[in-house]
Design a binder for this molecule. Structure first.
Ligand code: NAD
Length: 370
């Protein structure tokens, strides 16, 4: 079995789908590895750190492999160069581009979109959404702190004491909890809010205060559901006070497969403290804050609103390591005696499959295609 690793082509993407430690583990299984030259440069990994791999000067050599690993979706030209029957394992953004699924099916590629991975306990070690969300949550806090004109920790100096900054985190999923933990480690006073009631205990266990809006909206599969108009009004009223008092606001709220909910209105932004910093992690999926523009930093009334794009790429070394280990844990059960042996009765494998044998297999994506 030969596994190929491409150099990512998306603008600003610095991550790579294979790191030396994982390459070694694949080699121990008798897998041949071919990596596109330059693929690991953005993650600051030198070629010499990879042992027993072949370096390809062209992407075509990589795309000729039996299985291809990537961080982001391949472009149409690259897909057309994959061998029919080849396996593609990557973040394929299946809901954003259902047409790509059609092309993969036409080309008879067996593709696995890691975003579709069933979020069951057994699959946690394969979950790229969680590992990359942890990177994003951490990065949001660093961005907020770097724009904030106040110390995050309490500071005692010869002339007195400076109060710590107040940080408000909205959305306490994987990214939000990491943001809370990071802001707490930096010494900030942290408040947090989520519509799922079980997050109260998780927020408090990290040393933050839960903002109780009285709105509780647990959905299916441990996720949040969309709020009704009345619930949105109640949420805005109760959250307004915390928003107006914070020095940094970090928003991470998402609803799977849907546009991010807008939680912070223009009016709420207009009542923020002068110099308050907002980091809207949901910027790329529509934004939780009115006025956010993905990829931009804008002054809106009293606040500075940052809409960061591709946060995990900012910490490409560790984000790549986490991603590569997730892919390895997913791929290994498909390898028997150095060859591909896919067990379609495995719910993790079947549930993550986007296309196989000339057809789109995932029900949610099939629905989008009509
Ligand atoms: P996500 O990225 O889909 O959403 C982020 C957070 O936003 C969630 O906590 C959600 O409740 C919150 N949110 C949505 N609408 C909101 C609103 N209007 N106001 C405030 N908050 C709002 O979520 P995620 O981080 O991917 O994970 C969500 C859940 O799934 C968590 O319980 C997590 O522990 C669980 N999970 C399980 C596994 C597993 O078992 N394999 C893996 C990862 C996550």
């Amino acid at each position: 079995l030969t596994i190929g690793v491409v150099a990512e082509r998306a603008t600003g993407e610095r991550r790579v789908a294979l790191v030396p430690e994982v390459a070694k583990r694949f080699r121990a299984l008798g897998v041949e590895l071919v990596i596109q030259r330059g693929a690991a440069d953005g993650a600051n990994i030198a070629e010499g750190e990879f042992a027993e791999v072949r370096w390809a000067d062209t992407v075509d050599e990589v795309l000729a492999a039996d299985m291809v690993l990537a961080i982001q979706p391949l472009d149409d030209e690259s897909i057309s160069k994959l061998k029919p029957g080849a396996v593609l394992v990557a973040g394929l953004q299946p809901y954003q581009s259902a047409d790509r699924a059609k092309l993969l099916a036409e080309r008879k590629i067996t593709s696995f979109a890691m975003e579709l991975l069933p979020r069951i306990s057994r699959a946690q070690s394969m979950d790229i959404l969680s590992s990359q969300a942890a990177c994003s949550g951490y990065q949001c806090v660093l961005i907020a702190a770097s724009h904030c004109t106040k110390f995050f920790p309490m500071m005692t100096y010869a002339a007195g004491t400076i109060r710590p900054a107040k940080v408000l985190v909205i959305g306490a999923g994987v990214a939000g909890l990491q943001a809370i933990a990071t802001a707490r480690r930096m010494g900030a006073m942290v408040e947090a809010y989520d519509v799922r009631p079980e997050t109260k205990e998780q927020i408090e266990s990290l040393g933050a205060k839960f903002v109780d809006t009285g709105v509780s909206a647990a959905g299916t599969g441990g996720y949040a559901r969309e709020l009704t108009e009345d619930e949105k009004r109640q949420q805005a009223e109760r959250l307004g006070k915390a928003v107006a008092q914070c020095d940094a606001l970090i928003t991470t709220a998402a609803i799977p497969g849907k546009k991010a909910p807008q939680i912070i209105s223009a009016e709420m932004v207009s009542k923020m403290k002068v110099g308050a910093v907002v980091v809207d992690m949901a910027a790329e999926s529509g934004g939780n804050v009115a006025g956010t523009v993905a990829g931009e930093t804008l002054r809106v009334g009293p606040a500075l609103i940052v809409g960061p794009a591709n946060l995990p790429s900012r910490m490409a070394s560790h984000a790549s390591e986490m991603f590569a280990k997730n892919l390895y844990n997913f791929v290994v059960p498909m390898i028997k005696d150095s060859a591909l042996a896919i067990d379609w009765s495995d719910e993790v494998i079947a549930g993550t499959c986007l296309t196989h044998d000339g057809a789109v297999r995932h029900d949610g994506v099939k629905k989008i295609l009509g």
